[in-house]
Design a binder for this molecule. Structure first.
Ligand code: GKR
Ligand code: MG
Length: 428
């Protein structure tokens, strides 16, 4: 079997004006859909963060993919790694999201190959990762401070007369009471049993107050996490963490860098998690040396694929860390890949992050994926368990061409609303 076609389609999906330490989400989030087609006409698909840089880099990989057997994934990925050379941790950048390219590309190619292998062997991807350990994978409610709107061309996708999550999703969220309303609506709609609040937007006292009120509203049965994306100083984090000791399940990237995380970790009892300071295999030796976190937030899009994520899970176990999962704005192909990984991981101590409820479109046949009591049911169909909806793909590709965005830049978007706003790596 040989891969004969590589189709790379950049798309733009509606994204609400969510706030984070890097600024404001633009009306569209950029994703890239990759499709590999074999000489026997089997198609394998994947989804990764998008933009011009990714599209160009993926295009440069065609020669390492065309003519190769998708079952020889390691050989294909090694060719790509050799071509690009190593990416260092510095290239991740200071923003809340990972700005590297190589991990994304490896993940795109690997997931699409696995989709093909699954179809050829009549097995779901989770089976190829060691088997289905759990039939349903739990996800968490991911709360955001935000401006009014749902993103996209119109800015809104329903009238103000709606109620429940469809209405709350479009509402402004800038006060503690709004956070509580958003949490209730999202948990009621999707059945989530864990909550994460994205912080780093307002001064710590306000965000900590929101967490304390969430805790008293939901009680101990709904674990809470909080993520200010590294914009607190160590002193600020020491001060405010004390108030969160009985409130949080874990605290995600309160401060920047492994050494600062380690300093904080030695002083407080809340478990610390990261998707900012230990973000690749190269970071593991210094993570162990400094003892910088308790939990690594893996993301197959950034760590180089599903098998790499299984490896990080083993490393976590070896070095006394636990694994949780990170997300960015995404559609169903990514959600399904995360679900297969979640189904196959030997241990899954935490519900996975997902931005999916904030999105409204889909690119797979059958439309939006349903959450069942806060879980996604692991597909039993071969491969990922989804096929491309080509009409939707064309429409979202047209969005990409028309929206004028070539990369994510939350600072520029924020400056459209607050012209003097500037990104600061450490703000409080
Ligand atoms: O979507 O604004 C966002 C998040 O801040 C995202 O960029 C982060 O990568 O969710 C992510 C995180 O856990 O840091
Ligand atoms: Mg994070």
């Amino acid at each position: 079997m040989k891969i004969t076609e590589v189709n790379i389609t950049p798309i733009a999906i509606s994204d609400p004006p969510l706030l984070n330490a890097s600024g404001l989400h633009a009306p569209y989030a950029l994703r890239t859909i990759v499709e590999l087609i074999t000489d026997s006409k089997v198609s394998g698909i994947s989804e990764i963060p998008g933009g011009e840089k990714i599209t160009i880099a993926l295009g440069a990989c065609r020669d390492f993919i065309i003519g190769k057997d998708p079952f020889n994934t390691t050989i294909i990925l090694n060719g790509i790694k050799d071509h690009f050379g190593p990416e260092n941790a510095f290239e991740r950048g200071e923003q809340s999201w990972d700005q590297r390219c190589l991990g994304h590309i490896l993940s795109a190619v690997e997931v699409a190959c696995f989709d093909i292998i699954g179809k050829e062997t009549n097995r779901p991807i989770a089976s190829l990762l060691g088997g289905i350990v759990r039939q349903r994978v739990p996800f968490a409610a991911y709360l955001f401070f935000k401006h009014k709107g749902a993103g996209g061309e119109l800015g809104f996708d329903i009238t103000d007369n709606e109620t429940g999550w469809p209405a709350v999703r479009q509402k402004q969220c800038i006060e503690v009471k709004d956070v509580l309303e958003q949490a209730v609506a999202m948990c009621q709609e999707f059945g989530f049993k864990s909550i994460k609040l994205k912080g780093g937007v307002f001064p710590p006292e306000m965000e900590v107050q929101a967490l304390i009120e969430l805790k008293s509203l939901f009680g101990d049965s709904v674990p809470l996490r909080f993520d200010p994306n590294g914009v607190w100083s160590v002193e600020t984090a020491m001060k405010w963490s004390r108030q969160l000791e009985e409130v949080l399940e874990y605290l995600e990237d309160p401060v920047r860098g492994q050494e600062s995380m380690a300093k904080l970790k030695s002083e407080i009892s809340i478990p610390l998690a990261t998707n900012m300071c230990t973000t690749s295999f190269e970071d593991i030796p210094s993570s162990i040396k400094f003892d910088s976190e308790d939990i690594i937030l893996c993301d197959h899009h950034f760590w180089g694929g599903l098998r790499a994520s299984m490896e990080i899970s083993r490393i976590c176990k070896t070095f006394g860390r636990r694994l949780s999962m990170h997300s960015n704005s995404h559609l169903g192909i990514s959600l399904l890949a995360m679900t297969h990984l979640g189904a196959a991981l030997p241990e899954l101590p935490y519900a996975l992050d997902t931005h999916y409820p904030w999105q409204s479109e889909e690119v797979i046949v059958g439309g939006r994926i349903a959450f069942e009591d806060g879980h996604v049911v692991v597909p039993r169909e071969p491969g990922l368990g989804a096929e491309l909806d080509r009409v939707a793909l064309n429409k979202l590709h047209l969005n990409y061409k028309l929206c004028g965005l070539t990369c994510r830049d939350d600072e520029i978007e924020m400056q459209r609303v607050e012209p003097d706003w500037k990104f600061e790596a450490v703000r409080w």
